[in-house]
Write a protein that binds this ligand. Structure first.
Ligand code: ADP
Ligand code: MG
Length: 702
C-alpha cells in the first residue's frame, strides 16, 4: 500500500486482539492490515439463482444448475477411470465428471431425477463440463440462498484458525470490518491516464469488489485492475533497474569487426549460420557499440546452436583487444565447452584455457599470470572463474551458460571485476515461458534463436513400460550394430536417496549382463565420481571407444556427442519436463535419425502421465516450457525462488500473459517518455514506488 496506515499491526484491527493476531501471523502470515487486505478469496460461490446450461462459461464462479440426470457410465481403466454423467435442462446438456469416490457417487445418484448441481463450470472440447460437482436432489425446500451478496467469498483457513472462530466466515467478517473502517485510506497509485487507457477500476473499489463482489462483472474488473497493478509495479521495478544500470555503467565499445571474427567466419566455421543465429549476432553487435553495458539473455531451444553465437560474439570482443570468458554450471559442461571451442579454433589461432576446481595448482598459476598480462583471450570454467584470486587484465565479454544455476549475487561478482563492467550474455539451457522471461529476466534484453540448423531430423520419442524392456534391448543392439552410441540416464544420485544408487547399480548390472564384453563396452558416469574419473569416462564415449554411456543426470546440460543417437531415460516419470527435454536434446545432433525412449513403471501420477505424453507429442522446447509451467506453477520452475514473482498475490503468470504484456509495454512507454518520472502525472508512481521499495519483497528482484 502506498501509505503507512496499512502497515498497522493486525492486532489493532477491531475484533482481532492479541491471541487471534498470533494465530493469524502463524497460520496465514498476516501481520498487518495490508496482509489481510491481500488475503484474497480463493473462490466465490453464487447461490442466488440457477444458471441455464447454455449460459455457463469458464470464467464463472461456483454456480448452481438445476438439471435432470439422464445417464451415466464409468469409463477408462485404472488411472484414467472416471464416472461421466450427462444432465440437461431445457437449454442444453452438461457433462459431470468424477475421478475420485466413483463408487460412492455411483451409489448415490439416480437416473431421471432432477438435481441441484453445484460446482465450477468448465469447458472441454466445446462442451459444458463440471468436475466433481456437489449433487443434491432437488426439492423446493433445499434451494440455498446467499444473504444479500450475489457472490459469497470463500477464504483459505486452517484447523487452528477455526478454533479461534476464524473459518472462512470469520475471516470474511474481519475483511469486512477492515474495509468498512479503512476503505477511504486506500489511495490510487496509478496515473489517471493509465486508468482511462486500460479502463481500470479505481483502486479502493477494486479492493472492495475483489472481496465482496456484487456480481461476476465487477469481480472480473476488480481482479483485472489488481493484477494489472501488481504486474505493472513489478515491471516498473525491473525496467527502472535496467535504466539505472545503463546510466550507471558505461560499456566497452567494440568498434571493429576484425581479423579474428572474419578469419573464423570465412575459414573455420564448419556450417552456414541459421538466419536466427545471424539475427542474434547482429543484435549483440549493435548492443556492444552503444557505449552501454550489454545485459542480454539468449534463449534458444536445445541444439539451436547457442554456443557458436557466443563464441563469435567473443571473437568480436577479442578483435577489440578484450579478454572473454564462459562460465558453466558444472565441470562436465565446462569441459565440453572447452573441447567444442578447441575444435572450432586451435591454439595457433587464439589461446584458450580451462579453469575448474580440478585444475592443478601449477597450471592454475600459469593461467592467472596469462590472465593478468592479457595474453589469455578465452577462459572457460565453472564458478572458479569468479574467485577473487582471478584477475583479468581487461575482461570485456562474459558468457554465462545455463544461468539459472548461478545466483544473482554471483552474477554481480563478475561485474565488479572491472571498473567498466564487461558485456554479459546469459544463455538458458532450455526455453522458459514468455511470462517468466519477462519477469525473471525482465531487466535484460532478450534474443531468441527460434530455428534449428537445417537438416535436423526431429527426434522420435516413445514411452515404454517396464514390460517392454526386452524390446528396448533389441532396439539398442540394432542401433549399436549401425555404429551408433546410446545414453542411458538414471535419476540423480543423491546421498540421502539410497534408492537412486541402487537403481543405478541394478541398471548397470543388467546392462553389463545384456551387453557383455568384449562385444560391447559401457561407460559409467555418476555424481559420486571425481571430476577426473568423470572426464575420463566422458572422453572414452566421445571418442567412440564405448557404445553405451550409463549416467545420472550429471550429463544433463550441454553435452554434445553427435554420434550418440539414442537417449534412454530410466524412471522417466521422476524427471521434470524441462529436464526430460534437456536430456533428450543430447541426441539428434548428427545426421542420423535419433530416438528417445522414456521408460517408466506401470503406475503413473496424473502429472507424470501428462509429462510423458507431452514429450512423445512434441519436440518444441517453447511449447514444453509452457506446459511445464501449467503443471507446476511458476513458483516451482528453477530460478524463480529468489525472484519477486513468488510474491504475486493475484496475478498468475500461467494465465495472465496478456495483462503482463500490457503492463510491460505501458511501463516501457512511461520510461521512454519520462525516464526520471518527473512529469506531474507520474508523481503518484514515485510515491507508490518508494513505498514498495521500502518493503521486503521488491528488493529481492535482481
Ligand atoms: P545449444 O543451443 O543447445 O547450446 P549447441 O551450441 O551445443 O546447442 O549446438 C548444437 C550442435 O549444433 C553443435 O554440434 C553445433 O556445432 C551445431 N550447430 C550450431 N549451429 C549450426 C548451424 N548453423 N548449422 C549446423 N550445425 C550447427
Ligand atoms: Mg548449450
Amino acid at each position: 500500500m502506498n501509505n503507512r496506515h496499512f502497515q498497522t499491526p493486525i492486532e489493532y484491527l477491531k475484533g482481532v486482539g492479541v491471541s487471534r493476531a498470533e494465530v493469524l501471523k502463524k497460520e496465514l502470515q498476516i501481520f498487518n492490515f495490508e496482509d489481510l487486505l491481500k488475503h484474497f478469496p480463493y473462490k466465490y460461490i453464487d447461490r442466488t439463482r440457477f444458471y441455464k446450461i447454455k449460459n455457463l462459461n469458464a470464467d464463472m464462479p461456483h454456480v448452481q444448475v438445476l438439471a435432470r440426470l439422464t445417464s451415466y457410465e464409468i469409463i477408462g481403466e485404472k488411472r484414467t477411470k472416471r464416472l461421466v454423467a450427462q444432465a440437461n435442462d431445457e437449454t442444453g446438456t452438461i457433462e459431470l465428471v468424477w475421478f475420485q469416490g466413483i463408487k460412492w457417487v455411483e451409489k448415490s445418484i439416480i437416473k431421471g431425477k432432477v438435481y441441484i448441481i453445484f460446482g465450477k463450470p468448465g469447458f472441454f472440447n466445446g462442451k459444458a463440463q463440471m468436475p466433481h460437482p456437489e449433487m443434491e436432489l432437488y426439492t423446493p425446500a433445499n434451494v440455498k440462498r446467499n444473504g444479500n451478496l450475489t457472490l459469497q467469498p470463500a477464504y483459505n483457513s486452517t484447523e487452528k484458525l477455526k478454533q479461534y472462530s476464524l473459518d472462512s466466515k470469520g475471516l470474511q467478517k474481519l475483511v469486512a470490518s477492515l474495509l468498512e473502517q479503512h476503505l477511504k485510506d486506500i489511495h490510487e497509485n496509478l496515473p489517471q491516464y493509465i486508468l482511462n487507457k486500460f479502463k481500470l477500476t479505481d483502486r479502493a473499489t477494486s479492493y472492495r469488489n475483489i472481496h465482496f463482489p456484487e456480481n461476476a462483472t465487477v469481480l472480473h474488473e476488480a481482479r483485472y485492475r489488481l493484477k494489472f497493478e501488481e504486474l505493472f509495479f513489478l515491471q516498473l521495478k525491473l525496467l527502472k533497474n535496467k535504466l539505472l544500470r545503463t546510466q550507471k555503467f558505461k560499456g566497452n565499445i567494440f568498434e571493429t569487426v576484425g581479423h579474428y571474427f572474419n578469419d573464423f567466419y570465412h575459414n573455420r566455421l564448419p556450417f552456414e549460420l541459421t538466419n536466427a543465429q545471424k539475427r542474434v549476432l547482429k543484435e549483440i553487435r549493435l548492443d556492444t557499440q552503444r557505449g552501454v553495458q550489454m545485459n542480454r539473455l539468449l534463449q534458444g531451444d536445445v541444439g539451436s546452436g547457442k554456443t557458436v553465437v557466443a563464441l563469435m560474439s567473443m571473437l568480436i570482443a577479442i578483435d577489440n583487444g578484450f579478454q572473454t570468458c564462459i562460465m558453466a554450471p558444472t565441470e562436465i559442461l565446462a569441459n565440453q565447452h572447452y573441447h567444442t571451442i578447441k575444435n572450432l579454433i586451435d591454439d595457433t589461432f587464439i589461446p584458450v584455457a580451462l579453469l575448474t576446481g580440478s585444475v592443478s595448482k601449477k597450471a592454475r598459476k600459469v593461467i592467472h599470470e596469462q590472465l593478468e598480462d592479457g595474453s589469455l583471450k578465452i577462459l572457460i570454467g565453472t564458478h572458479a572463474l569468479i574467485e577473487d584470486k582471478v584477475q583479468y587484465k581487461n575482461l570485456g565479454f562474459v558468457v554465462i551458460d545455463e544461468q539459472h544455476r548461478f545466483g544473482v549475487e554471483q552474477r554481480a561478482k563478475l561485474w565488479r571485476k572491472n571498473t567498466v563492467p564487461p558485456h554479459i550474455l546469459v544463455m538458458t539451457a532450455t526455453p522458459i515461458p514468455r511470462t517468466l522471461a519477462m519477469t525473471l529476466y525482465g531487466d535484460l534484453d532478450v534474443s531468441v534463436i527460434d530455428e534449428l540448423p537445417a537438416g535436423r531430423k526431429p527426434i522420435q520419442t516413445v514411452h515404454y513400460f517396464e514390460n517392454q524392456r526386452l524390446r528396448m534391448f533389441g532396439f539398442m543392439k540394432q542401433e549399436i550394430a549401425k555404429g551408433r552410441q546410446i545414453y542411458v540416464v538414471y535419476p540423480l544420485i543423491n546421498e540421502s536417496e539410497k534408492l537412486d544408487l541402487k537403481n543405478l547399480m541394478d541398471g548397470i548390472n543388467t546392462m553389463s549382463h545384456e551387453f557383455p564384453l568384449p562385444q560391447y563396452r559401457i561407460s559409467i558416469v555418476h555424481g559420486k565420481m571425481t571430476a577426473a574419473e568423470k572426464d575420463f569416462e566422458m572422453q572414452r564415449f566421445i571418442k567412440g571407444e564405448t557404445h553405451i554411456m550409463v549416467a545420472t543426470t550429471v550429463i544433463e546440460v550441454g553435452v554434445n556427442v553427435p554420434n550418440a543417437s539414442v537417449m534412454i531415460i530410466e524412471n522417466a516419470e521422476r524427471f521434470g519436463l524441462s529436464q526430460l527435454h534437456q536430456l533428450r536434446g543430447r541426441v539428434g545432433r548428427g545426421a542420423d535419425q535419433s530416438y528417445c525412449i522414456l521408460m517408466s513403471g506401470q503406475k503413473l501420477s496424473h502429472d507424470g502421465r501428462i509429462r510423458l505424453n507431452t514429450m512423445v507429442k512434441t519436440n518444441n522446447g517453447f511449447e514444453i516450457a509452457e506446459i511445464d509451467m501449467q503443471l507446476r506453477g511458476p513458483g516451482n520452475i528453477e530460478g524463480t525462488q529468489q525472484s519477486g514473482i513468488l510474491d504475486l498475490k493475484v496475478a498468475d503468470l500461467t494465465t495472465d500473459q496478456e495483462i503482463l504484456s500490457q503492463a510491460r509495454s505501458c511501463v516501457e512507454d512511461i520510461f521512454e517518455k519520462d525516464p526520471l518520472l518527473a512529469l506531474p502525472e507520474h508523481q503518484v508512481l514515485n510515491l507508490a514506488f518508494q513505498a514498495k521499495t521500502d518493503g521486503l519483497s521488491w528488493d529481492k528482484i535482481s
